[in-house]
Structure formats: C-alpha cells, structure tokens
Design a binder for this molecule. Sequence first.
Ligand SMILES: [Fe+2]
Length: 371
Amino acid sequence: MYIKQCECAGDAVSITFADNQTQQFSLFWLRDHSTDKTSLNPSTMQRDVDTFSLPPSTAATRVSASDDGAVLRILWTDDDIVSEYRADFLYQMAVTPASKPAYRLWASELQNDVPDFDYQQVVDSEASFLAVLEAIEAYGVVTFSGMPSDMQATKKLLEQVGYIRETVFGGLWDFSNNQAHSDSAYTSVGIGLHTDGTYTIDPPGLQLLHCLAFDGEGGFNQFADGFKIAQVIKDEDPSAYQTLTQVKVPAHYIEPGIQLRGQHPVITENSAGDFEQICFNNYDRSPFMLSDEQQKAFYHAYGLFQKLLNDPAFQINFQLQPGRAVWFDNWRALHARTGFSGFRHLAGGYTNREDYISKLLTLRGQTPWHN
Ligand SMILES: [Fe+2]
C-alpha cells in the first residue's frame, strides 16, 4: 500500500491511500503511535512515549509522504522528533477488513477428513508443526498417528507449543479408570459433550489426549464443532443466540481443599463479531437464579444448544488406539467419551490459549499490528 495524498488540516492528517480510501488520523493519535526510537522500543515493540504527558493540542510543523508514498513523515512543533509511519501500518489501522474468520465450520461430514499428522514429522519440522496449528485454527481438532506409547511423546508434543499448563490435575497428566480425582474423567462411564474448565477464569486453550494403552470395548471419543452449533442457533433462533452470549453461567470444581469457580457465557464473540469461545459443561454448572423471564429464555437456549450437540448430524467420533492422539481447541470443540469396559490409559495436558496463538503467530512471522 502507498499514500497517494496527505494533508494536515486542524488537528488531523487526512490520508488518501492508493485505493482511493481516505482516512483522518488525529495528530494526537499519530504522536501516540510514533515509531521513532524514543517513542517505540524497536525490539520489544513496547510503547516508550509518555502518552499522558503529550499536550492535548499537539501540532505538526510539516507532514509529508516520502519513499514514493510508502512512508508518512511528521515533524512535530513542540519537540524535535521526526515520526515515520509505514503506509501499510496506517492502512491496516484505517481499514477494517471484512471479517474473515480463520475457522471453517464443520459437522458430521468431517468424520473421515479430520486432519491427521505423522508424529515424528511434526516434532522434526517447524513447517509441519505450523501446519498442525493452522489445522487446529481451521477445524479445532486434529489427530496424530505413529506416536510412541509413552508420556515422553505426550510431553514433547505439548512442549512444541510452550510450557504445559498446571492445574489441580497436575501439568502433564495420565489417567486411567482408577478414580484418582473427583472427576468422571477418571472412571469408565460415558461423559457427554462438554468443554473443560468452565469453572476456571481462563479455560484451557488446547487439550491433548494421547492413548497409551487400551484393552477393552467402547471408549469412543466424540467431538462437535461448538462454532457450528452457535452459527445454527444464530441463524435459526436469534433470541436464543443472544441469551447464550449474554447469560454468564457459573461453574465449580470441588474436591477436598479445592474450590474453583468461574463463569462464562456459552458463546463469546470477539470484537469483530466472530465466534471466539464456547463454554458448556452441564455437569459442572453451579446453582444460579435468573428472573422468571430470563430463566425461561435461558433454559430454552441452553436446551437448544444441548439438543443440537446431541444430534449425530453435528458429531464425529473415533476410538483412540495406542499410538494415536487427538489435539483439540477447548475454546471451540466440545468433547465426549462413550462408556467402556476393560482398561484404558491416556496421557495428556493443556496449553493456554495465548501460548498456542503465540506459537502460531511466531511461526507465521506475524507482527503485532497484523491481525
Ligand atoms: Fe473433558
């Protein structure tokens, strides 16, 4: 992008970009976003300018476009700093791109198309690992083949993202049907579709489940795309959708010495209006009261979400065998497990959402102002 024309009038600069879009930038905003070395640390991208000591009526002596319109230059009146702004950066700030979420909604048709990766290739190659993260970004669920059936492999995969999240269940955990914690994950009973950590303030980002041993029947892992369910409700019952985005549902986890509490709407949107997070776990929901009218609306909307989740048309399922793993976005994909007989031993762990996003952005080489 380049600047076609720029003009300072009053307390703002008017910029016309190459595509003829024009945007006003206030001088105060420009001074606050100056990229000169005394205003912005070039290596950490942290702001050094003291926003709060800038005069409200900051003024410019000269405003010009240089480098064939690739850069805007401003000479300020009240200090000798020359600020430079790349046209690309200004354009990015000025033009709100049409919302184009990176996710692709899916239902049962994904059954035979879940992105599958070879474990060794992924741990050996950053490019392959980026492909894994981009598949998680797109679908919220991927699988792995060829994993050694030991916890070193679980750990290695998790640490490709960063540090493993510590919770009351530990960091890197393994569980079998031995009832080691007061949670149904540690039994052999079926568990319906849910997201984990609805009782935390910041629910876990990614969850890895790695099968170390299985000698029995059943134990299918089921998944549903929470964003797809949200889209269906948004299209078909806007009032229920609104309820699910507005009512914060409290949840708890209790065991001796531990009482965790959190509350989240079932559906959260980001600032662009795209789906950002699904929190749904009826097992862990805490008692809470709403007004009669809100309560009716809530039970209707919550029931609709559950009804769609339980429709096989929205589900995929597979049985993890030793050497296989599934990694999924706990902010999007709801997971379940059917009951089983025999012995089943899984290992796994969580990573925080910001660490997964951080790794994705870093491997892609994205800068802070590129969304
Ligand atoms: Fe779970």
